[in-house]
Each structure stands twice: as C-alpha cells, then as structure tokens.
Design a protein around this ligand. Sequence first.
Ligand SMILES: NC(=O)c1ccc[n+]([C@@H]2O[C@H](COP(=O)([O-])OP(=O)(O)OC[C@H]3O[C@@H](n4cnc5c(N)ncnc54)[C@H](O)[C@@H]3O)[C@@H](O)[C@H]2O)c1
Length: 391
Amino acid sequence: MGYSHLQTLRQLEAQGRLHLAAVADPMAEKLAYQIADLKVAGVRWYPAYESMLNNEDLDAVVIATPIFLHADMARKCLERGLYVYLEKPPVPLIQQLEELIKIDQEKRVRLVFQMINSEIILKLKQAVIEGKLGKIQEMRISACWPRRDSYYNRNKWVGKMMVGEHPVFDGPATNALAHLIHNAMFLAGDSMAGFGALEEIQAELYRVRPIESYDLICFRGRFPSGINITAALTHATEELRPFRFKIKGTKGWAEISKDGMLMESSFGTLFCEQPFETAFRRSYESFFDIMEGCPSRPLTCLKDSRGYVKATNGAMLSSGEIFTVDTAFSRIYNENSDQGYDVPGLADLIDRTYHEGLLFSECGVPWAHTTPTVAIQKLTSLDLQNLISQP
Ligand SMILES: NC(=O)c1ccc[n+]([C@@H]2O[C@H](COP(=O)([O-])OP(=O)(O)OC[C@H]3O[C@@H](n4cnc5c(N)ncnc54)[C@H](O)[C@@H]3O)[C@@H](O)[C@H]2O)c1
C-alpha cells in the first residue's frame, strides 16, 4: 500500500500541494529500486522512522505500515505535534484507540478509510440524510475476496492475532474489507459528517487456512436507531465474488455492487469506473484541506472510528474464539502454484446471509457455531490475548 501512497504523493507534489521530504522503511534491500528513484528526486530515505522524525522538519506523516505498528507510530508523531494520515484499521483494539484519542486533542490524525469519499458512498449518504430512503431499517454486506499464499506469506504479521506483545487482529473485517464496515458506520451517522456505532453484535469468526487469525466472519448487529446490519466476509473461497452492500429504508433502497463500481437504487443508478483511485486521491486532498484549516469533505478522525473498532472488537468478544473449520469441509486449490483454501459451497452460503440476514450457524452448516449477542456500547477494552486459540 505504501507504493500507492507514494505515487499519489508524487502526483500531488507535482501540482505544488506538498513537498515530499523523506520516506522511512527498514526493507532497504527489497526496495533498492524505489530508494534510488527517490534519491534522484531529492527525497531522503531512513531505515528507522524514529531517525526520520528526529532529523526532519516535518508537518505531516503518512503511516502505511503493518497494523501492529500503527499505535506506537501514531503516538510518536502526535507527541511531535505532527499531522498524521494513518492507514486503516487505525489500531486493532478499542483501548488503543481510546488512548490515541486522548493524545489527539487537536484532531490531527485522519484515517485512510478513503471509501467514504467515493462518489457512490457520498451520494448514498446524502440521499440517506435527505430522507430519500425514509427511515433506514437494514444494511447487508457480503464479499468473497480470495487470498492465497502470496498474500499470507508476504509479511510476518499477515494472518496473525499478535506479533510479540503487539495486537494485530488481521483478517477480512479488520484489514482488506474493513472499509465495508466503516462505510456502514458512516451511513448510520445522523449528519453528513457523522458516524454511528452498534449497540449490540452477534458474530462467528472462523479459520479455514491454518493461521492464528481468521479468514471467515459473519455478524449481525443493531444500531441504537434500530438499523439491523448483517455481514459475511471471507478470503477462503476460490471464487471471487466482489463486495455488495445493500441498504433498505421505509421509502427506498440502494445496492452497491461490483466492488463499489455500481450503485442501483430507488433514486437512480450511478457508475464509477475507478472508485478506489478517485476516492484515494480525494481523501488525500481532503487531508491537505484539513491541514490548511479549510475542511472540504468528511474524513474520518480517530473518534469517528469508534463504531468500526467497537464492531470488530465486539465481534471477537461475541465469537469468544476463532473456530477452526475442520479440514474435512475445505479443499486446497492452486492458481499458478499459489495455494489457496476453499470451502465448497461457502460463496453460496455468503450469498444466503446477504439475502436472508442469517448467520452461518442459522443456516444448518455442520461446521458452524452458535454465539451469544453482546452489548458493545460501553466496550472500552478487549483482552485479545485471552481469546487466541491455535489452528
Ligand atoms: N486504504 C486501503 O485501501 C488499503 C489497502 C491495502 C492496505 N491498506 C493498509 O495499509 C497498511 C499496510 O498494509 P500493506 O498490505 O501494505 O502491508 P505490507 O506488510 O505489505 O507492507 C508494509 C510496509 O511497511 C514497512 N514497514 C515495516 N516495518 C516498518 C517500520 N518500522 N517503519 C517503516 N516501515 C515499516 C514494510 O517494510 C513494508 O514495506 C495496513 O494498515 C493495511 O490495512 C490499506
């Protein structure tokens, strides 16, 4: 992801929006080509980010590093009074988020939950706020994004719950598909820039691949306003089924499909060819607008992400552990010698949760476990270490 940031920063630099002073990454060998390229452009390279913070006169730092490093890095930047553009998820645990919120009195941190700045989500949020859908009753989310060895083996933190003493809590809802849950929190907010948070959640977390963390999750939750939300997300299918997001109110509905490219709704259709690129760039522009004191569009600050972090932490609390799906129910497939795990029938099961709002355990699946509903409005801490089970 660092590369996407770098490209966008260089483009914005060419337009005079910023000056890129330095980049830090310890992987000097792996990134020799990029380092040489940056040197030509006069950008300094640091293998240790602390040296960069100590030696450079910076206004802002972009943090696009492994999740378990976010908390320490963001804190050190805030202690130096810097603006921070922090990749999602901000931090794995609610207690870490609360700690950062306390330090970030001046709201200098913004999160790279760029999808809330996509044309489609902004349009939908506006329609919700204007009452075009009536009172919102239901949200549904689904995605099958297969991930194989090349994804899991690229770095030591992927598929982990902890790295040493640092929480990671990596998985579809807490990494690759985190945007979807955050979008739901955004759409549940009662103003254009507001965010909602669930009052309760019931969730099932599973591992199909033998990892410490999870690669399959379903949950159902309720917002205090009465909106129900059901989501099913996985990396453990061979088949790719792009994400879908459905929202239904008393007067209308909308469905986003094709990984965010299409929105069909009771108030019209919208197609967006490059939702990621456009939203990513817009969010950067919003970040600079905020630094310059003239905020243009909503951009998530730390406290706005409470709903997202509480939902994922609450999901883990409800599940109580990560259940292993017995190997009898899965198969290994190969794509160009890149191995993946697939549960036959899972893509259809996920479709069923999407259409019927059911959890896996309510669909009569033999490997599924029933879990309790937990109240999460007052959740201030999650003891992740105690919830770790081995594959
Ligand atoms: N916004 C999005 O759409 C989006 C998409 C993908 C990933 N992400 C997020 O980006 C972050 C990084 O994910 P990734 O998949 O690129 O991870 P990665 O492991 O592939 O890459 C992380 C990079 O951080 C570097 N790094 C490690 N330790 C460091 C340190 N101490 N100081 C500086 N650099 C260090 C690594 O060398 C590597 O280059 C995660 O939070 C992820 O959720 C966001």
